[in-house]
Design a protein around this ligand. Structure first.
Ligand code: ZN
Length: 149
């Protein structure tokens, strides 16, 4: 367990220091802004989805705590090249993994984001970890703004 906690902290620190796909996207066709007033996190998620429903590109920008930024960074890495349905499936699985008392989703199915499921141990930070995912989901639903409150 302490190994997992160390990995959790290491991954968060590394992605926060060097966030992937942290950029504005000029030709995005999906976009939403997500805010988490409790922490002050504010992120914009950009996506480019093609006619086949495949996420060709995904990026984000904004400012937030280390947990929100690292989760967004990992999310963008995971979703590139995935189908929209797969993106929604991952969103649901991750959300369940961090919010349910008895999560059904196995960590292996979560891929790279599994390490962020460690946020379960810190309930006040769950909204930080899920913010970018809620924002991505909102963008796919055609919503332009989402708040965790
Ligand atoms: Zn936060």
């Amino acid at each position: 367990m302490s190994d997992l906690r160390a990995l959790y902290q290491e991954v968060i620190a590394e992605h926060n220091k060097n966030p992937r796909n942290f950029r504005w996207m000029e030709d995005a066709n999906r976009m939403a802004v997500g805010v988490n007033p409790l922490c002050g996190d504010k992120l914009t998620v950009y996506m480019k989805v093609d006619e086949q429903g495949i996420v060709r590109d995904v990026s984000f920008e904004g400012s937030g705590c280390a947990i929100s930024v690292s989760s967004a960074s990992i999310m963008t890495q995971m979703l590139k090249g995935k189908k929209v349905e797969e993106a929604e499936r991952l969103f649901n699985a991750f959300h369940e993994a961090v919010t349910k008392d008895d999560p059904q989703s196995d960590l292996e199915a979560l891929g790279k984001i599994a390490v962020l499921a460690g946020v379960r141990a810190y309930p006040s930070r769950v909204k930080c970890a899920t913010l970018s995912w809620h924002t991505m989901h909102a963008a796919l639903e055609g919503e332009e703004w989402v708040s965790t409150e």
